[in-house]
Design a protein around this ligand. Structure first.
Ligand code: SF4
Length: 433
C-alpha cells in the first residue's frame, strides 16, 4: 500500500491515477512515475474525492488551467454556482478552486468533491475567517490548522497554504517598502494576524503537522505566494524572492514526507522578466511545478486583464510554468459574471495551448493543422467545430453573411484562399464581375 502518489512513485508502484494520466498525456507510465518521484509532476488526488478525473501537473505535460469560483455574499445559491463550475469544466478547466467567502462553505465544498470531476483546490485561510466568524486576532494557531484538516477530510485535492511569509520574510517585506504592499488575499490575512498577535505564521510554525494531514489524505500542497508582486514595479523584488527561497526550503521538507508540492508565482511582471523568473523558480524549488496567477504583463488594462494575463501565461508556461490560474476581464474591478468567466477561461486555454506548441508537447500542433486545413478548404462547419469557442465563431459568421458562400465579408470575392484554390484547380478567378 502507499500513502501519496509520490510515495507510490518512490516505491515503484503504478497507481490507477498514474495510468489514467499517462494515457491522457501519451507518455510511458514509468516515465510519469519517475517524474512524480522527483517532484517534477504532481497528480492532485485526495483519497476522498471519489469522482475525480485525475490530471498531472508538470512542465513536461500539457499546461493545465484553474478557474476560481465559489459562493459569496452576492451569490449564495449553491445550484447556480455549481452550474458555473460544470460550465467551466465543460469549457476545458482541469481544476476548480473553491474560493467561497460566505454562507455554508462546507456544504458547497462537499458538493464539489461529490459531484465535480475536476481537481478541487481551496484556500483554508479564507474559509477559516468565514467559519470561525470572529475577530481575526482571536483565531488561534490550532484553529487555523484545524481548517486544513477539515478541508482534507472533505476531499480537497490541493490547498493553497501561505507558509512562506514567516517572521523573516515579513521583516524583509516591511523593510523593502513595496509599491503595492501585499495583494494576496490569504497573504494579507495571515500577515495581519501575525502583526496583531505577534505570533509566528501558524502554517510555517506547524508545517510538519500540515504535512502529516496532507500525507494522510494525499492533499497536494500549493505553497502560496503572499508576496507576489501586485504591480510591475514590485516584480522580482526582495519580498518576492525572499519568500520564494523560503518556499524552496519548505518544498524539500514536504518531499521528505512524500507530500506533493506546487509553487505559486507572480503576479504582475514585465514580459522581459518572466523567463528568468521561471528559471529561478525551477532552480530554487528543484523543478516543482509552478502555478502562476497571470503573470499580468502590464498594470494599465482593467477590463482586459484576461489579455494581459494570457500574454504572460503563454510566456511563463513556455519557460517552465505548468499550471495557469485564469484571470477574467473583471479582475481588479468586480466579481466576474458568467460571461467574464467564459472570457477568462478561453484566454487561459489559448495561452496554455500556445505554450504547449512552443514547448513541443507531442501532438499539440495537430489541432492547429486541422484548423488551417479546414480554412484552406473553406469548410466553415469544420472550422466552427474545431474553434476554441465554437459558439462565437458560428455567431460571428452568421451575423455577417457574405455574397458568396465560399468567401467571408472581410475580402469578399478578393478572398485569397478561394482564388488560389480556383487557380490551382485551373479555374478562372472572378474578382470584379
Ligand atoms: S475572405 Fe479574406 S478573411 Fe475571409 S476567408 Fe477569404 S481570405 Fe480569409
Amino acid at each position: 500500500m502507499y500513502t501519496t502518489q509520490m510515495d507510490a512513485a518512490k516505491h515503484g508502484i503504478i497507481t490507477n491515477e498514474m495510468r489514467s494520466v499517462a494515457e491522457y498525456e501519451d507518455i510511458p507510465v514509468e516515465k510519469l512515475s519517475s517524474l512524480i518521484a522527483e517532484g517534477k509532476v504532481v497528480i492532485p488526488a485526495n483519497k476522498n474525492h471519489k469522482c475525480l478525473k485525475p490530471y498531472g501537473i508538470g512542465n513536461s505535460l500539457k499546461t493545465k488551467i484553474n478557474v476560481n469560483l465559489g459562493t459569496s455574499k452576492d451569490c449564495l445559491n449553491l445550484d447556480i454556482e455549481m452550474k458555473k463550475v460544470m460550465a467551466a469544466v465543460n469549457m476545458g478547466a482541469e481544476s476548480i478552486m473553491d474560493l467561497s467567502s460566505f454562507g455554508d462553505t462546507k456544504k458547497f465544498r462537499r458538493k464539489l468533491t461529490a459531484e465535480c470531476p475536476a481537481i478541487i483546490g481551496t484556500v483554508p485561510i479564507y474559509d477559516a475567517v468565514v467559519y470561525y466568524n470572529k475577530a481575526l486576532k482571536k483565531i488561534t494557531s490550532k484553529e487555523w490548522i484545524d481548517i486544513v484538516r477539515m478541508h482534507a477530510e472533505d476531499g480537497v485535492d490541493f490547498m493553497t497554504i501561505h507558509c512562506g511569509i514567516n517572521r523573516s520574510t515579513a521583516k524583509a517585506f516591511k523593510q523593502s517598502k513595496r509599491h503595492t504592499n501585499i495583494v494576496s488575499r490569504g497573504g494579507s490575512i495571515i500577515f495581519a494576524w501575525m502583526e496583531l498577535t505577534g505570533n509566528e505564521n501558524p502554517f510555517y510554525e506547524h508545517f510538519d503537522e500540515i504535512l502529516d494531514i496532507c500525507r494522510e489524505y494525499d492533499v497536494t500542497l500549493s505553497l502560496g505566494d503572499a508576496c507576489r508582486p501586485g504591480s510591475i514595479a514590485d516584480s522580482g523584488d526582495v519580498s518576492q524572492i525572499s519568500e520564494l527561497v523560503e518556499l524552496g526550503r519548505l518544498t524539500m521538507r514536504a518531499w521528505e514526507k512524500d507530500v506533493q508540492v506546487i509553487i505559486e508565482g507572480p503576479g504582475h511582471m514585465p514580459l522581459n522578466e518572466i523567463k528568468s523568473n521561471m528559471e529561478l523558480q525551477q532552480t530554487i524549488c528543484k523543478g516543482a511545478p509552478f502555478y502562476v496567477l497571470g503573470p499580468l504583463v502590464t498594470d494599465i488594462a482593467p477590463g482586459y486583464d484576461h489579455i494581459t494575463a494570457a500574454i504572460g501565461g503563454a510566456v511563463a508556461a513556455t519557460y517552465g510554468a505548468s499550471f495557469l490560474c485564469y484571470v477574467t476581464p473583471a479582475e481588479h474591478l468586480r466579481l466576474p459574471t458568467l460571461d467574464d468567466v467564459k472570457d477568462g477561461i478561453i484566454a487561459s486555454k489559448i495561452a496554455a495551448h500556445a505554450a504547449d506548441i512552443a514547448k513541443g508537447i507531442p501532438h499539440a500542433k495537430d489541432w492547429d493543422y486541422d484548423m488551417s486545413q479546414s480554412r484552406r478548404e473553406l469548410d466553415w462547419d469544420k472550422q466552427f467545430d474545431l474553434a476554441i469557442d465554437s459558439e462565437k465563431a458560428r455567431r460571428y459568421r452568421a451575423e455577417s453573411k457574405p455574397e458568396k458562400e465560399d468567401t467571408c465579408t472581410m475580402c469578399g470575392k478578393m478572398c485569397a484562399v478561394r482564388n488560389i484554390n480556383k487557380i490551382l484547380r485551373g479555374e478562372d478567378v472572378d474578382i470584379m464581375d
